[in-house]
Design a protein around this ligand. Structure first.
Ligand SMILES: Nc1ncnc2c1ncn2[C@@H]1O[C@H](COP(=O)(O)OP(=O)(O)OP(=O)(O)O)[C@@H](O)[C@H]1O
Ligand SMILES: O=P(O)(O)OC[C@H]1O[C@H](OP(=O)(O)OP(=O)(O)O)[C@H](O)[C@@H]1O
Ligand SMILES: O=C(O)c1cccnc1
Length: 480
């Protein structure tokens, strides 16, 4: 992929802070930041982590070139040349840990951790949040659609309505991670190896003397890939009968028409009636594709109405995550270097949800060995050994700590994996096929109560006793 230089894809305040650190001589102090979100999107019980591949590509390529430096020279801050030289020498020399793409993730747990010189860690905040927030949002929306579609076909059709080109291709990829079968975006196909597929538009039909002629000519040109859009004039009186004629003509050449596409009207009624018409014509192999502002709730309703739709084309609602167009992932400082040691830091807020959890921590997914299912995610300070060694641990609700239980027989799987260590990439990016498989395995780890689309049970994300006590102590210390 042609890698763009995205180093200035950051907020100006990051450069201001880098400059102030440089002026004050604190630019080499170590900092630890975590990305997490506070609330699951769409009322869903989980989110699907995505965006890591883009993060890795971005990180690999972080350089201030002469063009970027020349631009910074034009800025009113009048940065001195010595600072620009520090930017010219900029390399990411820190470490980055992240959940693998396709992982099921929850609110208030770290999805990415950056340990680096403050000079480096501050710069990358904006881009990392930009990539992870959008891709995780779309992957989560796609997982909801996949949940209702089951084994039906799912095509991503959103490019024309997406928030510009990057959103279209990375959104197509996020949808594919969560179980879509393909995309209409050919560039996403080329870049990522996602199956690219398509039918035809109304313009093809409008651009001929008759619908019948339009179908015939399309079938002549692409005899092995014929899906005909049947709603340009009248779906049942004209579109389906003309499609049947075309299918018969194809049969005479030993070919099989693939499908018809419905794109307006009552999709339940039309699909059932079209199915009957096709079956009566001996064309039970011809499939029915539907599109038209579909989302998971319309698909769920159409299935409940007995719609006979084999493949769903989903565009606008998915690619724009229309019912919740952003994920509120944040990048928060949790520890900083003081006198050569990392010390925890906290951000207090009047809103208890917004108080950060301090310290250098690890997150673990605890798998109950007797059920094979995920019991809770457990966040502990990095030095805590009991959870790593499988010792008995106390699980309690961090908001209501008097509600607790003990867990003995579990496997603790670290949620975050090393991606960059001291500036070197140590993580081999998995193929999209591997990510899709891993995502399905993740789903199988959870009880269905956490996965259901409507009013799911809240999956526990717990803090270790030591971490909880540290947080309480720090809150007490900063209470005014
Ligand atoms: N049986 C159904 N039950 C629930 N929703 C449906 C059903 N059939 C279609 N829909 C959805 O209802 C909406 C219908 O959109 P709209 O009222 O604009 O009609 P339309 O058929 O698109 O008309 P147009 O001819 O203007 O395209 C779409 O989101 C579509 O997916
Ligand atoms: O509805 P969405 O979920 O966003 O899916 C994509 C839509 O894009 C196309 O319509 P459009 O009117 O743009 O062009 P057309 O002439 O091909 O129908 C297609 O027919 C779908 O309805
Ligand atoms: O191939 C299709 O049918 C298609 C592609 C993009 C948008 N709507 C439909």
């Amino acid at each position: 992929m042609n890698e763009e230089q995205l180093i200035l894809h950051t907020d100006k305040y990051q450069i201001n802070m880098m400059y102030a650190h440089w002026v004050q001589g604190s630019q080499n102090e170590k900092a630890v930041f975590e990305i997490y979100f506070r609330k699951l999107p769409f009322g869903n019980g989980f989110a699907v982590f995505a965006g890591l591949e883009r993060v890795v590509r971005y990180m690999r390529n972080l350089r201030f070139g002469e063009e970027e430096l020349a631009y910074l020279r034009t800025q009113e801050e009048n940065y001195p040349e010595a600072f620009l030289q520090a930017l010219r020498d900029f390399r990411f020399t820190g470490s980055l840990y992240a959940a693998p793409e396709g992982t099921l993730v929850f609110a208030n747990e770290p999805l990415v951790r950056v340990e680096a010189r403050i000079f480096e860690a501050q710069l990358i905040e904006t881009a990392l949040l930009n990539f992870v927030n959008y891709q995780t949002l779309v992957a989560t929306k796609a997982a909801r659609v996949k949940q209702v579609a089951g084994e039906d076909g799912l095509m991503e059709f959103g490019t024309r309505r997406a928030q510009e080109a990057d959103a279209a291709v990375w959104g197509a990829r996020a949808a594919y991670i969560a179980g879509f079968d393909g995309t209409s975006n050919v560039r996403a196909g080329m870049l990522f190896g996602i199956p690219a597929k398509g039918t035809h538009a109304h313009s093809w039909v409008q651009g001929h003397e008759s619908e019948d002629e339009a179908f015939r000519k399309f079938a002549e040109a692409l005899p092995d890939h014929v899906t005909l859009l049947v709603d340009t004039y009248d779906t049942l009186k004209s579109g389906v009968p003309n499609a049947i004629r075309t299918a018969r003509a194809l049969e005479a050449q030993g070919k099989r028409m693939q499908a018809i596409r419905l794109d307006s009207g009552d999709l339940a009624y039309l699909s059932k009636t079209a199915r009957e018409m096709l079956d009566e014509a001996g064309l039970s192999y011809v499939r029915i594709v539907a599109s038209n502002d579909l989302d998971e709730s319309i698909i769920f309703n159409l299935k409940a109405q007995g719609a006979r739709i084999d493949t769903w084309g989903v565009g606008t609602q998915l690619i724009t995550a229309a019912d919740q167009p952003s994920l509120g992932g944040v990048y928060k400082l949790v520890a900083r270097e003081r006198d050569g040691e990392l010390v925890p830091v906290i951000k207090i807020s009047g809103n208890p949800e917004k108080v950060t959890t301090p310290g250098l921590k690890e997150a673990y997914r605890l798998i109950n060995r007797s059920t094979g299912k995920a019991e809770a995610d457990y966040i502990a300070l990095r030095h805590e050994q009991d959870v790593r060694q499988g010792e008995r641990i106390k699980l309690f609700d961090p908001v209501h700590p008097y509600i607790y239980k003990y867990l003995d027989d579990y496997e603790a799987i670290p949620l975050l994996q090393p991606i960059f260590m001291n500036g070197e990439q140590v993580y081999a990016l998995p193929s999209l096929g591997e990510i899709r498989r891993y995502h399905r395995e993740q789903l199988a780890l959870f009880w269905p109560e956490y996965l259901r689309k409507l009013h799911p049970e809240a999956y526990p994300v717990d803090l270790s006793t030591e971490l909880w006590e540290l947080k309480m102590e720090m809150i007490a210390k900063f209470r005014y």
